[in-house]
Design a protein. Structure first.
Lengths: 122, 102
């Protein structure tokens, strides 16, 4: 069974660093991009960035470039989303999603993680 | 930057209704558009990819069409389980969402 399991909810203070994870199983990690999507409370979905585990190619949305870092650890089939200086405006649910590298699904994420809620408050 | 404009933002409908949601791209970028359904507190669920291909397990009352800069999600005979928010996605840009409510 294909699964993307995200790390648990986080509560942080402004200025702190954070890394959340997306652990995958049930498929060949190197053959699918892993992307990250933000959903602020009561708001819509925002595409943040995506990484290809096979060659570590990364693409960021201009809105998130320089604000977050995406990475992977192929040895444990896990993707990460990292902040170095959180702001209150980073409070949101963050989802990871899988995108087939052969573009059989176009640019769609076919399987999603359950989401990680990040709360940034002083 | 590519922008995706969904309409309407909110749609009031009844069980059995035919519902149409439109997504317009600010430029003709790709024919590959996806549609998602999201319920409160849940991750989005893929319904349609590559504009018109139904994801496995998705009921056939959902269909997608379009080309160029205009794309459509149609739900024929709305069911109680279909009341949710729907998003389109093209490349790196989501539409702002359409809430389908009773």
């Amino acid at each position: 069974e294909v699964q993307l399991v995200q790390s648990g909810a986080e509560v942080k203070k402004p200025g702190e660093s954070l890394q959340i994870s997306c652990q995958t199983s049930g498929y060949d990690f190197s053959n699918y991009w892993i992307g990250w999507v933000r959903q602020m409370p009561g708001k819509g979905l925002e595409w943040m960035g995506i990484i290809h585990p096979g060659d570590s190619t990364i693409k960021y949305s201009p809105s998130f470039q320089g604000r977050v870092t995406v990475s992977v650890d192929k040895s444990i089939s896990t993707a990460y989303l990292q902040w170095s200086g959180l702001k209150a405006s980073d409070t949101a649910m963050y989802y990871c999603g899988r995108q087939p590298a052969n573009f059989n699904y176009g640019y769609a994420f076919d399987i999603w993680g359950q989401g990680t809620m990040v709360t940034v408050s002083s | 930057d590519l922008q995706m404009t969904q309409s309407p933002s909110t749609l009031s409908a009844s069980v059995g209704d035919r519902v149409t949601i439109t997504c317009r791209a600010s430029q003709s970028f790709s024919t590959w558009l996806a549609w998602y359904q999201q319920k409160p507190g849940k991750a989005p669920k893929l319904l349609i990819y590559k504009t018109s291909t139904l994801e496995s397990g998705v009921p056939s009352r959902f269909s997608g069409s379009g080309s160029g800069t205009e794309f459509t999600l149609t739900i024929t005979s709305l069911q109680p389980d279909d009341f949710a928010t729907y998003y389109c996605l093209q490349y790196m840009t989501f539409g702002q969402g359409t809430k389908v409510e009773i």
